[in-house]
Each structure stands twice: as structure tokens, then as C-alpha cells.
Design a protein around this ligand. Structure first.
Ligand code: NAD
Length: 258
């Protein structure tokens, strides 16, 4: 028999209360965030209807390295996102997480997001562990020189050439991790340490299908933490979660802004 709407509301209310109690009791919360956290800010995720992948295929790292046309396309896509990224502001979910950090409950956020919105929500740079990098700046893949995008945009639009390093001639790429690109070692080490040492691990807006990051909730669970999943659809992590809050992230987390 289908569950009546009133019953569903009662179940969700009870789950929210359980999450509230867990958050209150927890001493070391880790928030693990994915693209779903930023959809309320107007940045599409990858897999939802209308998401980025319904419109374009990702460019794997080896193709980016080998093919000048792929590099050009990658930079064209990046600059196409300029307006979307410039207009994006931290969401209610970002604000909730920032309040946990400010309250001293959450030593750091582990994020798969590349949009810099955690930093914009007021969380210090050192407390944001970016396992897939950051798209708001670029680096040379050979000598690691950092480039701000403002300096690259004009020459790219004028010449149609993907940027090359002024110092060493190396390939310049947004500071993000593409499919097939090695994971950032220090960030992954720190993410693993945080995951193993927390008592509450809250997954927010991730489909939990992109590995190795998607393995972190399981690691937290095995290390004895409670896992909570906040997402509008089912995820592979639901089976080891103590609480699954199903719905819109902003609506669900607003009441947990401390
Ligand atoms: P994903 O697109 O695979 O999954 C997003 C999940 O969030 C989905 O399960 C979706 O149903 C859910 N969701 C979307 N909006 C929601 C909302 N408002 N409320 C509740 N749930 C919502 O994203 P992922 O798991 O982060 O993995 C894909 C990769 O996408 C990551 O590596 C990340 O680097 C990259 N990415 C990042 C951004 C960003 O920085 N904002 C945007 C697109 C993709």
C-alpha cells in the first residue's frame, strides 16, 4: 500500500529530529559535499536532468594532454561557465555547514565541488579540503605556476589558443581534477584522516558514484562514525547511513544553521 503524505511527513520530521540530536551530540562532524549542494546557487550538477553531462561529455585527462582541440574545448566550456559562477552565492546548505565550522563542531569540509562556494560562505581556506580541485584559477601542469583566470580569458578569446605557461611553455589547466588525472595526494590524505577521526559524517548532495571520493562515507562508517545522507534521490551510501534525509538540501538544512 502506498505511504500516505501525512505519514511521509511524520517520518521526515522524525528523521530531522534524529539528525538534530546527532548534530548536537557530535564532537567532530565532517561534511562531505557534492555538486547537489550548489544547484540551489544555479550551478548545474552532473547527473540530474538538465545536468552538465546530459549536455556534454567530460574530457578525460589523457585526451586533454594529447589533443590541442580538446584543450581548446575544455577552456571554451570553462569560460562559458563564467557568468554562472560569478552569479553563484553560497546556498542555505553552505550556510548551515559554515555555521557548524564556526561553532567549532566541524574541523573541515571535504568537498568534491570545484566552485569555491565553501570559501565564499566564510569557511577558511585551510578548512576546505578540495579533492577534485578548484576551477576558479589555473595552474601549469609542468611547473605548477598559478594563473588567475582574468589573465587568461582575454588572450584565449582573442587568439582561440588554449593557454600555455609563460615560464616553461607547459600546458595550463584549471586547477581541477579530470577523469583519469591523479588525485591530489595531500588533499586525499587529509580527507582520509578527517574521515577516520570524525564521529558524524554528513554527505550532502553527492550521487556517491565518483571514486575514490565516494568511498569516504564507507570508510567513516567502518571507523565507527554515524553517517547521514542528505540528497533528493537514493545513493549507494544509503545502506550504511543512520539517517537518510531525502529532499531538497536547502529546505532540509536550513533549520540546522546554528
Ligand atoms: P553528481 O552530479 O553526481 O550528484 C549530485 C547529487 O545531488 C545527485 O544525486 C542529485 O540528485 C543530488 N541533488 C542535486 N541537487 C540537489 C538538491 N538541490 N537537493 C538535494 N539533492 C540534490 O555530483 P557529485 O556526486 O558531486 O559528483 C560528480 C562530480 O561533479 C564531482 O567530482 C564534482 O567535482 C563535479 N561537479 C562539481 C560542481 C560544482 O562544483 N558545483 C558542479 C558539477 C559537477
Amino acid at each position: 500500500m502506498p505511504i500516505a503524505a501525512d505519514d511521509k511527513d511524520a517520518v521526515l520530521t522524525e528523521k530531522r529530529a534524529r539528525f538534530g540530536a546527532m548534530l548536537h551530540q557530535a564532537e567532530r562532524v565532517v561534511a562531505f559535499t557534492g555538486a547537489g549542494l550548489s544547484t540551489e546557487a544555479g550551478i548545474p550538477d552532473f547527473r540530474s536532468p538538465g545536468g552538465r553531462w546530459n549536455r556534454m561529455q567530460p574530457i578525460p585527462f589523457d585526451v586533454f594532454l594529447a589533443d590541442a582541440d580538446a584543450r581548446h574545448e575544455s577552456w571554451r566550456r570553462r569560460f562559458e561557465m563564467d557568468v554562472e559562477l560569478a552569479q553563484a552565492r553560497p546556498t542555505r546548505g553552505h550556510r548551515a555547514i559554515a555555521s557548524w565550522v564556526k561553532a567549532g563542531k566541524c574541523p573541515a569540509v571535504i568537498t568534491q565541488n570545484i566552485d569555491n562556494l565553501h570559501q565564499l560562505s566564510g569557511i577558511a581556506e585551510e578548512a576546505v579540503v578540495e579533492v577534485h580541485g578548484n576551477t576558479t584559477y589555473a595552474t601549469c601542469l609542468s611547473c605548477a605556476r598559478r594563473y588567475e583566470l582574468e589573465a587568461l580569458r582575454g588572450p584565449f578569446l582573442a587568439s582561440g589558443q588554449a593557454p600555455q605557461c609563460e615560464d616553461c611553455g607547459g600546458i595550463v589547466k584549471t586547477a581541477t581534477i579530470s577523469f583519469g588525472q591523479p588525485m591530489p595526494e595531500a588533499a586525499m590524505r587529509r580527507a582520509t584522516e578527517l574521515t577516520k577521526s570524525c564521529d558524524l559524517f554528513v554527505v550532502i548532495g553527492s550521487s556517491l558514484v565518483v571514486y575514490p571520493a565516494a568511498d569516504l562515507p564507507r570508510l567513516a562508517y567502518q571507523a565507527g562514525a554515524r553517517v547521514v545522507i542528505v540528497n533528493r534521490e537514493e545513493t549507494p551510501g544509503d545502506r550504511y547511513a543512520s539517517v537518510v534525509l531525502r529532499g531538497e538540501i536547502g529546505d532540509l538544512l536550513e533549520e540546522f544553521i546554528l
